[in-house]
Design a protein around this ligand. Structure first.
Ligand SMILES: [Fe+2]
Ligand SMILES: [Fe+2]
Length: 245
């Protein structure tokens, strides 16, 4: 894991971030705006306040890499920035931010159940599903501010997924092939369950913005397949390094 690279990436990514033009009028119908506001408020809740537990787990389980821990703090801060952007969007569409929702409670419960590695995995699954959602609402709506915000979120999330793919690739490179297969299987099962939960919660907003159920699951699967490929590439690179040593 090249932690120094990631620390430097997160430090630089804080600089010169464009701000969406919040005051531009929305061409979307009010009913669509309200449905989107409700859905986005759930994503906004998901982006808030997850850092303490994650860092706590990380300090106990990956304390041998302080640079990674530092990069992880920047990653958490970036998720906090996403919460800010999403809050602006929710308010713009006439919604309110929320403090509790069953999907968030379920997500937090599962995430904190089995230690740092599992927490990263659950977080990552939420990022993959979120990426599919942002891609679709961005592609299907014509709201400039929504487009600018989704562009910012997607640009960061692509790197978040790669950041976790590096760490998980490192972890998988130390396992026997049968254990890697078991890990990949459980990951896909958990991912499929998360995609179903996401559709239950956000299907109305996706439909209101012009997407269909099939499209959402296809987009989500694409994200999952891409991630599994990236984690394998990273694991193979680690194996090649220690095989050559
Ligand atoms: Fe995020
Ligand atoms: Fe993220």
């Amino acid at each position: 894991m090249n932690s120094k690279h990631w620390l430097s990436y997160y430090q630089q990514n804080r600089q010169n971030r464009p701000e969406p033009k919040w005051n531009s009028p929305s061409p979307l119908e009010l009913s669509v705006q309200h449905i989107l506001a409700r859905s986005l408020s759930h994503f906004q809740l998901g982006e808030t306040g997850g850092g303490t537990h994650l860092l706590d787990h990380a300090c106990k389980q990956v304390s041998d890499d302080p640079v990674y821990l530092n990069a992880l703090q920047y990653f958490i801060a970036e998720e906090g920035e996403h919460a800010r952007l999403l809050e602006r969007l929710v308010l713009r569409f006439g919604g309110v931010t929320i403090r509790h929702h069953w999907t968030h409670g379920l997500f937090r419960l599962v995430r904190q159940a089995l230690g740092f590695q599992f927490e990263i995995q659950v977080l990552l699954i939420a990022e993959l599903v979120g990426t599919a959602y942002y891609r679709l609402i961005r592609a299907r709506t014509s709201d400039r501010v929504l487009d600018e915000t989704c562009a910012l979120l997607l640009k960061d999330e692509i790197q978040h997924v790669e950041f976790h793919a590096h760490w998980l690739g490192d972890m998988l490179s130390r396992l026997l092939p049968f254990a890697v297969s078991a890990w990949r299987t459980q990951f896909q099962m958990l991912f499929s369950a998360a995609a179903i939960v996401a559709w239950t919660d956000h299907g109305e907003a996706l439909i209101a913005s012009g997407s269909r159920r099939r499209e959402f699951f296809r987009e989500a699967r694409k994200e999952c397949i891409r991630f599994l490929h990236r984690v394998q590439v990273n694991a193979d690179q680690h194996v090649a390094v220690f095989a050559a040593a």
